[in-house]
Design a protein around this ligand. Structure first.
Ligand code: KIV
Length: 275
């Protein structure tokens, strides 16, 4: 390999092998430029169904479609050369049966080039995970707060407190045994996230979980301050692009209205420039 050779994108097994080592870094992405920005810095990029709320203004992830995931997956793929891409399976595309899940997972992978899919659910999705993995579809599981189930979970509550902890541990073990290569733990108590991380063989990817997880993920628009409709406690803002963007737009509007934009350097003369 030459000194300038590009590092190739990790595969799901490489992510699995990162268990217990340097924390796995991941973010969501939905567009090519965002994917380009994070390609050097992330081990994997998730085309999350949060795209529905973040980019399309939907009230929840429930209205996200296969078509949306394919379109955004294709856009993100064009921006990645080093990070692995995982695409979310949208609500209604996998819960009916393992056969339905395989059909849609295969379509997502074939049409976007994703290395893996993510689906929500623990013990009740174990059989599906097993079927997918046996047929060549690497699966990232997602347990704890599973946003596609907010109507049965009673909203965006912390999951696994008190007596509910045992069920979440069972979910984590079930997806591990079913063959998932990693599992997202969303909005669970930190002590429980640590117990799960220590008790399963695959990496845990925390979001509102614990610094002790094997990796972390955030919604990119949350951490950049681009999505400001609400801010969950687990989000740390590393930028204020929403405020900066609005200030830039206000400055533009002011300059257009006062005829300060375009300035002479932004317009063309009737003479061709000298060669
Ligand atoms: O859709 C999404 O963005 C996710 C992450 C929050 C894990 O599932």
């Amino acid at each position: 390999m030459s000194a300038t050779a590009q590092k190739s994108a990790p595969l799901p097994d490489d992510i699995r092998a990162m268990k217990g080592g340097t924390p796995i870094v991941s973010l969501t992405a939905y567009t090519t430029p965002m994917a380009q920005m994070m390609d050097e810095h992330c081990d994997f990029v998730l085309v999350g169904d949060s795209v529905g709320m973040v980019l399309h203004g939907l009230p929840s992830t429930l209205g996200v479609t296969m078509e949306m995931m394919i379109l955004h997956g294709q856009a993100v793929a064009r921006g990645l050369s080093r990070a692995m891409m995982v695409v979310d399976m949208p609500f209604g595309s996998y819960e009916e049966s393992p056969a339905q899940a395989f059909r849609n997972a295969a379509k997502l992978m074939a049409e976007t080039g994703a290395a893996a899919v993510k689906l929500e659910g623990g013990r009740h999705m174990a059989e599906t995970i097993n079927v997918l993995v046996a047929r060549g579809v690497p699966v990232m599981a997602h347990i704890g707060l599973t946003p596609q189930s907010i109507n049965t979970l009673g909203g965006y509550k912390v999951q696994g407190r008190g007596a509910a902890a045992e069920a979440l541990v069972a979910d984590a073990r079930a997806v591990d045994e079913a063959g998932a290569f990693s599992v997202v733990l969303e909005k669970v108590p930190a002590t429980l996230a640590d117990e799960i991380t220590a008790g399963i063989s695959i990496p845990t990817i925390g979001i509102g979980a614990s610094v002790g997880c094997d990796g972390q993920i955030l919604v990119v628009d949350d951490m950049l301050g681009l999505f400001t409709a609400f801010k969950p406690k687990f989000v740390k803002r590393y930028g204020n692009l929403g405020e900066d963007g609005e200030a830039a737009i206000a400055a533009y509007a002011g300059e257009v209205r006062s005829r300060r934009f375009p300035a002479p350097e932004h317009v063309f003369s009737d003479k061709a420039p000298k060669a």
